[in-house]
Design a protein around this ligand. Structure first.
Ligand code: PLP
Length: 418
């Protein structure tokens, strides 16, 4: 079967009506309209297997982990360890020890900055990022740079929102100690060629962190194929709970890195004179973790793998093409982020209307989109806009919902004629 045939077959076996039934919130009415949820890049809705797992855990299995000999504690410890294996499978990491549970992507990146960064960067050293990073892949490096006297280098993007790879390559110099790039931009939809970036950086002996917050729920991610050194993700975008995230790290690097926070659960032994630390990944998980969150995220990972990324990818690609064409027909609308390789994020501005007004008006029609700078102020500066409106599509969205967005935008146009 050719690639196109395979995509069609995947698209056919993907039953969006059936999938929608897994998401109870999608039947909610908003101001007498059926909710049209197009704010998935901010957070995705949760399917029943995740909701049931959370409810079951708190109703029948709640206990602290690693601390008890009683049955509930043993069960909770086993479920928490199993969640690590589920995430290992989702990312195809070599070993579950390479999966560190954190609060979110932001904490995963801060962990690398403060643990790896403080050990490996000094005065005059550089961290290379791109112009399309989320603030959570900018500010942790700025904090680190202030602490150690290093500096940030920024690889530029072009007018379509595509990373200028040749410039990125040129900026990797003798002082570059780490490259940290977003896999899929939350404000432009651009998908970066992360495998190629890793090859370029590794050829110069520089490790690479990938911020996969937006990528993991749209496409299969295989950290061994990409060959990255760190991969950060956040559970609430992956159809899982809030307050739980993952840092994947190559075992050899994690092993050498000092703990990020100190406390219970991350030690082997403590005396007032000296403390020794637990093995991976516990060394990086100080204190009682978000046990229910991890277990719920494990359920989300399994749910995604059961549905399969072939079907999800084909369906979302169809919605992206349909949405791009439909939005382009709205008078005075300009898409921001038109890279050839992009995912289902439709960011735009409309002549004569502030994005916040767009968001407020479409909300009266039950359509939820995001407006603002999307925690990417440098991207807004690059495109000369204060903010954009952003419709972001997930696997449960439909063409009808894109039509509802377009109707709502036409109402905006009536209120703000050009
Ligand atoms: C690309 C990207 N990176 C990082 C983050 C931060 O995620 P969190 O706030 O869950 O840590 C986001 C969230 O919007 C994002 O889109």
């Amino acid at each position: 079967m050719g690639t196109a045939d395979a995509a069609t077959a995947a698209g056919l076996s993907f039953d969006v009506d059936r999938i929608r039934q897994d998401f109870p919130i999608l039947t909610r009415m908003i101001r007498e309209h059926r909710l049209v949820y197009l704010d998935n890049a901010a957070t995705t809705q949760k399917p029943k297997p995740v909701l049931d797992t959370l409810s079951r855990y708190y109703s029948t299995g709640n206990a602290n982990i690693h601390r008890g000999v009683h049955m509930l504690s043993e069960e909770a410890t086993a479920a928490y360890s199993q969640a690590r294996v589920q995430l290992q499978r989702l990312l195809n990491a070599r070993d579950a020890r390479e999966i560190v549970f954190t609060r979110n992507s932001t904490e995963s990146i801060n962990l690398v900055a403060q643990s790896y960064g403080r050990r490996h960067l000094g005065p005059g050293d550089e961290v290379l990022i791109t112009h399309m990073e989320h603030h959570s892949n900018i500010v942790p490096w700025q904090l680190l740079c202030e602490q150690v006297g290093a500096r940030i280098q920024v690889a530029p993007i072009d007018d379509s929102g595509t990373l200028q790879l040749d410039e990125l390559e040129r900026l990797i110099g003798p002082r570059t100690r780490l490259v940290s790039v977003v896999h899929l931009s939350n404000s432009l939809g651009t998908i970066n060629p992360v495998k190629q970036i890793v090859e370029i950086a590794h050829a110069r002996g520089v490790p690479v962190l990938i911020d996969g917050s937006q990528a993991v729920y749209h496409m299969p991610v295989d950290v061994q194929t990409i060959d990255c050194d760190f991969y950060a993700l956040t559970g609430h975008k992956l159809y899982g709970p809030t307050g739980i995230g993952v840092l994947y790290g190559r075992e050899a690097l994690l092993d050498q890195m000092p703990p990020y926070q100190g406390g219970g659960d991350m030690i082997r032994s403590v005396t007032f004179e000296k403390t020794t630390y637990a093995d991976l990944p516990h060394k990086f998980e100080a204190g009682t973790p978000h046990i229910a969150g991890a277990i719920g995220l494990g359920a989300a990972a399994d749910y995604l793998m059961t549905i399969g990324f072939d079907g999800i990818g084909a369906h979302e690609a169809d919605l992206l093409a349909y949405g791009t064409a439909a939005l382009s027909d709205v008078k005075g609308l300009r898409l921001i982020g038109t890279a050839t390789n992009k995912a289902s994020i439709l960011a735009f501005v409309m002549k004569g209307v502030h994005p916040h007004d767009i968001g407020t008006i479409v909300d009266t029609e039950g359509v939820a989109i995001r407006t603002g700078h999307h925690c990417t102020q440098p991207v807004m500066d690059r495109f000369g806009v204060p903010a954009t409106a952003r419709a972001s599509v997930a696997m449960y969205n439909t063409r009808d919902e894109i039509d509802a967005l377009v109707r709502a935008l036409e109402r905006v146009r009536e209120m703000f004629p050009v």
